[in-house]
Design a protein around this ligand. Structure first.
Ligand code: NAG
Ligand code: NAG
Ligand code: NAG
Length: 301
């Protein structure tokens, strides 16, 4: 009896040990041994495939996907902490991918036709923690169904005018942790879709003019910048026409000057103000007040 119990325990332990390498579910089965330990695959109820890999050989992974996964919709292709370097032309050509996350992959450039074939499919593109020095504008142009673009923590220095102008379904744009200058027309074309803009830690000295007229913008994160003056330099009403704004994060800035009608054209939208440390009711006369966020309508500035 005792032996059987031990045997059962052993079998259980073996079975448990096998679970993490459930790569048997991956479409390449056991044919590609190099991917066995690096990738996990799963299927949604709708039989859409998710592939998640860490420290993987990118060329092997793409080769295997192009060979074994062309008949299935890829709900998610996630690769982290690997080396890609350059995203080459037509790299996803035979695939149908809804979400691509390639993070920590040392990507320095994206070829103009890298996403060829994904025009209808790609909804989320996350390229955070890479080495991009510019927005891969040309490669993005065709992605007319893109809803989320995450370029957090790259080395992007500037966003040119019309960088995203064809992405008319884009609702979320994350540019945080880049030392970036936004040209005044950088967000052209997003005024009917963009809801969530993250500019945390992007070295803004002023509220960027590019946000003007983003009528659908609901969440704006400008925290961890060097903004001194609100609403804008020389009193420019940068926040005018942000009709949908419900949350504004200004935590960790160096705000010294706050015009009385800083925020909204008519004061109906002026909202609750929170400060970094102690709430300072003396505002706006008190300087150095670090504004944290503005939430939910109902408070007059
Ligand atoms: C990627 O992997 C690194 C190292 O394993 C980890 O620190 C990081 O949080 C991961 N990033 C994402 C976005 O999963
Ligand atoms: C990523 O993977 C490398 C090995 O390729 C490893 O040395 C490193 O610790 C991992 N994590 C991060 C954050 O890079
Ligand atoms: C951003 O600028 C600061 C100061 O100029 C520098 O220390 C930091 O390394 C820069 N970061 C990047 C990603 O270029």
């Amino acid at each position: 009896m005792k032996r059987r119990a031990i045997l059962t325990v052993l079998l259980l332990v073996t079975a448990l040990a096998l679970i993490p390498s459930s790569s048997a579910q991956c479409p390449w089965q056991r044919d590609v041994t190099e991917l066995q330990s690096a990738c996990l695959c799963s299927y949604s109820i709708g039989r859409e495939l998710s592939v998640q890999c860490d420290i993987v050989q990118w060329s092997k992974l793409i080769f295997a996907l192009q060979k074994y996964a062309t008949d299935t919709i890829l709900d998610l292709l996630y690769v982290n902490n690997s080396t890609i370097g350059v995203l080459r032309n037509s790299i996803f050509s035979k695939l149908k991918v809804h979400s691509v996350q390639l993070s920590g992959c040392r990507i320095r450039s994206v070829a103009n036709d890298a996403f060829a074939g994904q025009e209808q499919y790609l909804r989320n593109l996350n390229l955070q923690d890479n080495d991009l020095t510019e927005v891969p504008v040309e490669s993005l142009r065709r992605l007319e169904n893109l809803q989320l673009l995450d370029l957090t923590h790259n080395r992007i220095r500037s966003i040119p005018d019309n960088a995203f102008s064809t992405l008319t379904k884009l609702t979320t744009l994350k540019l945080s942790d880049n030392n970036v200058t936004l040209y005044p027309g950088a967000l052209n074309g997003l005024d009917g879709s963009l809801k969530n803009l993250n500019l945390r830690g992007t070295r803004q000295r002023d509220v960027p003019l590019a946000i003007r007229g983003l009528k659908t913008l609901a969440f704006l994160d400008l925290s961890q910048n060097s903004i001194k003056e609100l609403p804008g330099v020389g009193g420019i009403k940068t926040f005018e026409d942000l009709d949908s704004l419900t949350a504004l994060n200004l935590e960790r800035n160096v705000i010294q000057k706050l015009e009385e009608d800083s925020f909204f054209r008519d004061q109906e939208y002026a909202n609750v103000l929170e400060f970094d440390d102690e709430f300072n009711p003396g505002f706006p006369d008190e300087s150095d007040a670090n504004l944290k966020r503005i939430t939910s309508p109902g408070y007059r500035v």
